[in-house]
Design a protein around this ligand. Structure first.
Ligand code: URA
Length: 192
């Protein structure tokens, strides 16, 4: 076992017993990560939903399945991705995580980023975007597809797949079309 594997496992163990915010009282499973610890691409979503809470796996419900379908379509491989969320425990009724909850959980995410050390971090939706880029005027619509360099790391925001569930069109510049284009940009970034 590599040192990285051990460190990530220890971090996960710590997250499983975390009581830094109130969500441990209502959650079922802690949703730590999915994917490959040596992946060049790290996806960061908002928070676990019901399916994630039941299985302990991020992006496994409807939105997650759509994300995974698009990844398959653009040929981004399983080994190329590591997936986490801004918080590890499901907020009741899938409400957005509060700032207190995000702050309480941030050290886990920061350590995951440090250990996985991906080439590019994909901020999936507005909650993830706001957690890393504090510009109130920067909406996900404006930010998506652009590359942001922060403290030596590359970030690229994309739409949240749950938004795509509401728009089925794949015509030029539709949300699904833009989403696919952004995934292709990401795929090209890891080639270099
Ligand atoms: N939405 C997210 O942002 N993350 C998940 O893990 C599932 C749905």
């Amino acid at each position: 076992m590599t040192q990285k594997t051990t460190q990530l496992e220890n971090l996960k163990k710590e997250a499983l017993k975390c009581q830094n915010c109130e969500l441990y009282k209502t959650k079922n499973k802690t949703v730590f990560s999915d994917g490959c610890e040596n992946a060049p691409i790290m996806f960061i979503g908002e928070a676990p939903g019901q399916n994630e809470d039941e299985t302990g796996i991020p992006f496994i419900g409807r939105a997650g399945q759509l994300l995974r379908k698009f990844l398959f379509e653009v040929d981004i491989k399983q080994d190329d991705i590591y997936i986490a969320n801004t918080i590890k425990c499901r907020p009741p009724k899938n409400r957005k995580p509060t700032q207190v909850e995000k702050n309480a959980c941030k050290h886990f995410l920061d350590k995951q980023i440090e250990l996985v050390n991906p080439k590019i971090i994909v901020l999936v939706g507005s909650t993830a975007l706001e957690s890393f880029i504090s510009d109130k005027k920067l909406t996900i619509t404006k930010a998506r597809g652009k590359i942001f360099e922060i403290e030596g790391r590359k970030f690229i925001p994309i739409f949240h797949p749950s938004y795509l569930l509401r728009y089925h069109s794949t015509e030029e510049n539709s949300p699904r079309d833009l989403f696919k284009k952004d995934l292709l940009t990401i795929k090209n970034l890891i080639k270099n």
